[in-house]
Design a protein around this ligand. Structure first.
Ligand SMILES: C[S@@+](CC[C@H](N)C(=O)[O-])C[C@H]1O[C@@H](n2cnc3c(N)ncnc32)[C@H](O)[C@@H]1O
Length: 383
């Protein structure tokens, strides 16, 4: 026997619509669904839907098809039904279907919220102030050539919304003005001084996103060391994105061993994006300044991004650029229009280029005059 308490009940009045016609329509749109998962009762006045499990996307398609065929107006009970089901936010997903009841029983972890509290996951005693400052005009929408540590010291506290950067990785690359192979302790000391300034200039709720590739052949987990630094500085970890570059052309075991367990060497076709927040994981902003679409949002919150490496490095004469697509996603997913975006290792200006294109304000700093000139030119060419 069917127990009604195992169903979510939706009911509404039919008004002047014919119950016979609605019954036929419901038969048409639900013919693929199992009657144990969704069924209805209808009389001349009202319709009652009993809902447990539904392939919502398929249901939506059927409704839209019917609506076209029958030219239904937007107040038609069938379209209202679609809206009502769509507006139910509490469900779980199982094999592509939405579960509208008993999803708590399905959960592996009971009383989830109590347990979150018990674990004291939130770092509530952060020392950060909520006051905001404006970025001085001198630094707004500018490319500044200089050592980031010195330049950042001239900025007021809490004036930047998003820091997005990829620092030099200490791989030994041939940069224009900087030695890229120093003792690791020195390297991290240099980086952390600049990152401390980045934290200071970041607004409450602002984000710092570091694109980093560990030097696996030195067995130095830079992404963990950098993350540990930000945690110690009191920032909140928001998550990690794998940037899958799909570059499988690396050689087999130049280090380690071949076909032996003695020391297999791993291949990595990806880099990391480590995401940290200052004071709060939630960033306030005006609705009218949100520019991400539903499709983009759905796709990009899956934290593995397949994006090919930058192809213009030779042309732009920089050995370690990230692609425009990467900056595009980061900026859209983590900032609002008009936010101020900082890249303290701006190279030839991929971050600042995308920030400008996407109607954000920006500040890009790099130690190389040559790279700064290219960054300026890329911005100019936008006009
Ligand atoms: C990995 S690259 C960034 C490339 C950039 N994402 C792009 O797409 O063009 C790192 C950059 O940091 C710069 N750099 C190194 N030390 C610096 C410092 N102390 N201050 C500012 N920039 C620095 C280098 O010149 C280099 O361009």
């Amino acid at each position: 026997m069917i127990k009604m308490k195992n169903y979510k009940e939706i009911n509404f009045k039919l008004g002047n619509y014919s119950s016979k016609k609605i019954r036929d329509f419901l038969g048409k749109i639900l013919y693929k669904e199992n009657k144990e998962n969704i069924f209805f009762e209808i009389n001349n006045k009202e319709i009652k839907i009993f809902l447990r499990l539904l392939n919502f996307e398929r249901f939506k398609e059927e409704v839209n098809k019917l609506s076209k065929e029958e030219s239904l107006n937007k107040n038609h009970p069938i379209l209202r039904l679609l809206q009502k089901i769509k507006s139910i936010k509490a469900y779980s997903i199982k094999s592509g279907k939405r579960f509208y009841v008993d999803y708590n029983k399905e959960r592996k972890v009971k009383d989830r919220q109590d347990k979150v509290k018990k674990r004291k996951a939130e770092n509530k005693d952060n020392k950060f102030l909520m006051e905001k400052n404006n970025i001085p005009i001198k630094y707004k929408n500018k490319i500044i050539c200089g050592d980031s540590l010195k330049v950042l010291k001239k900025l007021p506290d809490n004036c930047i919304d998003l820091v997005f950067t990829s620092p030099p990785y200490n791989f030994g690359l041939e940069y224009d003005s900087q030695d890229d192979a120093v003792v690791w302790e020195e390297y991290f000391e240099f980086l952390f001084k600049i990152f401390r300034e980045c934290i200071r200039v970041l607004k409450f709720g602002g984000r710092i996103i570091i694109n980093v590739q560990p030097l696996f052949s030195d067995y130095i987990p830079s992404h963990h060391i950098i993350s540990n630094f930000f945690l110690k500085e009191g920032l909140l970890w928001k998550g990690e994105i794998i940037w899958e570059k799909n570059n499988y052309n690396c050689k087999y075991t130049a280090w380690g061993s071949w076909k032996s367990p003695s020391s297999p060497y791993f291949k990595y076709t990806w880099e990391f994006l480590e995401i940290f927040c200052k004071g709060s994981r939630k960033k306030e902003g005006e609705k009218k300044n949100i520019d991400i679409s539903a499709e983009e949002f759905k796709k990009w919150v899956v934290a593995k991004w397949s994006i090919a490496p930058e192809r213009n490095m030779k042309k732009l004469k920089h050995p370690a650029m990230f692609p425009e697509k990467l900056a595009y996603r980061v900026i859209k997913l983590f900032s609002y229009k008009k936010d101020i975006i900082l890249d303290p290792f701006n190279g030839v200006g991929t971050t600042t280029l995308l920030a400008k294109q996407m109607k954000r304000e920006y500040l890009g700093i790099d130690i190389s005059k040559k790279y700064c000139r290219t960054a300026e030119k890329r911005l100019k060419d936008l006009n």
